[in-house]
Design a protein around this ligand. Structure first.
Ligand code: HEM
Length: 410
C-alpha cells in the first residue's frame, strides 16, 4: 500500500495514538525484522496504537494486552484475522476463522491428528530428513541455510506426514506466500490475492479428499475426512477448509522461524556451546528460542464496541495482536533481544494463546529440536559469511530470503 491510499483517521481515534506502521513493510526493516517491530515499543509509545496503513487498524504493542485480546473472543473475533480487512474476509479457513463455542469441536478433530503422541511417533522420520539434508552440505564449509535446509526440511517432513508428494511443494509454497504476505498495493488487490490463493488450496486438496474418502489411511487428512462434529459428518467445504488451514500453517512457519534462529546462533558462540554441550537439554531450552524469534502477526475483528487502554475500539474495526511484539517486550522479558536460556521469567505468545493456540506446536517444537541436535553434531561451530546481513520481509508470517553460513572443515 502506498502513502496515497492511507485510510483517514476516524474521529474517535486520538491523535496521540496514530502511528505510521505498515505491517507488510515496517519502517527500518533493513536494520532487522524484530528491531523494526520494536519501534512500536519506543519511548512514550502507547500500548494500543492506530495506523492508517492497510485500511486503517489498531495495533496492541505490549504482551499483556496481546494476551488479553487473544482470550476475549466475544470482543475480538477470529472471523477476520488478517489486515487489510478486505483481504481477511477472503481468508476462510476452519476452525481458524471461527470463535468459541463453534470453534471447539473442529479444533478437537485437528488435535487428534496433530497431538503429542502422533508427533512423537514420527520423530525417527523427522530426524532422518534432517540428517539427509545436513549431510549433503556439511563437508562444504558453507551453505545458504534457507535454500538448502529451512525451505526444504519442514515441507519435506510435513508432506511425508500428510502422505502428499514432495513435488507439490512449489505450488503449495506459492499459495502460502499469497495468503500470508498477500500481494497488491491496496486492500482490494490484497483481497484478490488472498481469494485466489484460498481457492487454490481448495482446488489442490479436493482430489486427495475424494481419493481418501474412498480409501482412508491413518494420516491426519483421512482422520479429518472421516470425523464428525456435533454428531454430523464434517461437510465437504469444512473438510477442504480444515485441511487447507493445516497445510498453510504447517508449510510456512518453521521455514521462516529457523533462519532467524540460526542467524542469531551463528553470531553467539556461547549460546551454541550451551546447546551443543547438552543435546538432550535442547528440548527444555527451545521455549527461549520461540520467545526470542516470534514470526506471526495475526489480527482480530472488533466484534462489539469496547474500551481498552483508555480508548474506544468500534465494532467492525481491526486490531493487530502480533506475537512479534510480545516475546520482544522489554517490560515482560528483560533484555529481550538476548537469548538467555536461564531466564527466571519468560512471557510470549509466539504460538498464540486462547482457543486458537497453535495446533501444530508439537510438530514445530520437534522440528526445531531435531534440527539443532543433528546440526550441532555435524557442524559444532558456525558463523555468518563475511558482510552478510539477513534480509527479511514482514507479513502474517515473516519471511527470510537467504542466510549464508560458514564453518571450518575439521
Ligand atoms: C515455529 C512454528 C510455528 C509458529 C510460530 C506458529 C504460530 C501460530 C500462531 C501464533 C497461531 C495462532 C494464530 C491466531 O491466533 O490467530 C497458530 C495457529 C495454528 N497453527 Fe501454528 N505455528 C507454527 C507451526 C505450525 C505447524 C508446523 C502447524 C501444522 C502442523 C501449525 C498449525 C496451526 C493451526 C492448524 C493453527 C490454527 C489453530 C486454531 O485456529 O485453532 N502451526 N500457529
Amino acid at each position: 500500500m502506498t502513502s496515497e491510499t492511507m485510510a483517514h483517521v476516524p474521529p474517535h481515534v486520538p491523535a496521540s495514538r496514530v502511528v505510521d506502521f505498515d505491517v507488510y513493510n515496517p519502517p527500518g526493516i533493513e536494520d532487522g525484522f524484530h528491531q523494526a517491530w520494536m519501534r512500536l515499543h519506543g519511548e512514550g509509545m502507547p500500548d494500543l496504537v492506530w495506523t492508517p496503513r492497510n485500511g486503517g487498524h489498531w495495533i496492541a504493542t505490549r504482551g499483556p494486552l496481546i494476551r488479553q485480546f487473544l482470550n476475549e473472543p466475544e470482543s475480538f473475533s477470529a472471523r477476520v484475522m488478517i489486515v487489510p480487512k478486505e483481504a481477511g474476509l477472503e481468508h476462510k479457513l476452519v476452525p481458524m476463522n471461527m470463535d468459541p463455542p463453534e470453534h471447539g469441536p473442529y479444533r478437537r478433530v485437528l488435535n487428534k491428528g496433530l497431538g503429542p503422541r502422533q508427533i512423537r511417533n514420527i520423530e525417527g522420520d523427522v530426524r532422518d530428513v534432517a540428517i539427509e539434508l545436513i549431510d549433503k552440505f556439511a563437508a562444504d564449509g558453507k551453505v545458504d541455510f534457507c535454500a538448502e535446509y529451512a525451505n526444504i526440511f519442514p515441507i519435506k517432513v510435513f508432506l511425508a506426514f500428510s502422505g502428499l508428494p514432495l513435488s507439490d511443494a512449489p505450488l503449495l509454497t506459492k499459495f502460502s506466500n499469497s495468503m500470508l504476505r498477500p500481494e497488491g498495493e491496496n486492500p482490494e488487490e490484497k483481497a484478490a490475492s488472498m481469494a485466489s490463493a484460498n481457492a487454490g488450496f481448495f482446488e489442490y486438496i479436493a482430489p486427495t479428499v475424494a481419493e481418501r474418502r474412498a480409501n482412508p489411511g491413518n494420516d491426519w487428512i483421512s482422520q479429518i475426512i472421516h470425523s464428525e462434529v456435533n454428531g454430523t459428518p464434517v461437510s465437504e467445504y469444512e473438510t477442504l477448509a480444515m485441511i487447507s488451514l493445516v497445510l498453510l500453517a504447517g508449510l510456512d512457519t518453521v521455514v521462516n522461524f529457523l533462519p532467524f534462529c540460526m542467524d542469531y546462533l551463528a553470531r553467539d558462540p556461547g549460546a551454541v556451546a550451551a546447546l551443543r554441550d547438552d543435546p538432550a537439554g535442547i528440548r527444555k531450552r527451545a521455549d527461549e528460542l520461540f520467545r526470542r524469534f516470534p514470526v506471526v502477526a495475526q489480527a482480530r475483528l472488533v466484534a462489539q464496541d469496547v474500551e481498552r487502554d483508555g480508548v474506544m475500539l468500534k465494532q467492525g474495526e481491526m486490531v493487530l495482536i502480533p506475537s512479534t511484539l510480545h516475546g520482544t517486550d522489554a517490560k515482560e522479558n528483560e533484555d529481550p533481544l538476548t537469548l538467555d536460556f536461564g531466564r527466571k521469567e519468560r512471557s510470549h505468545t509466539t504460538f498464540g494463546g486462547g482457543a486458537h493456540v497453535c495446533a501444530g506446536m508439537h510438530l514445530a517444537n520437534l522440528e526445531i529440536i531435531v534440527t539443532l541436535q543433528e546440526w550441532l553434531k555435524r557442524i559444532p561451530e558456525f558463523r555468518v559469511a563475511a558482510d552478510f546481513r539477513l534480509v527479511a520481509h514482514s507479513g502474517v508470517v515473516a519471511q527470510v530470503e537467504r542466510l549464508d553460513l560458514e564453518w571450518d572443515i575439521l
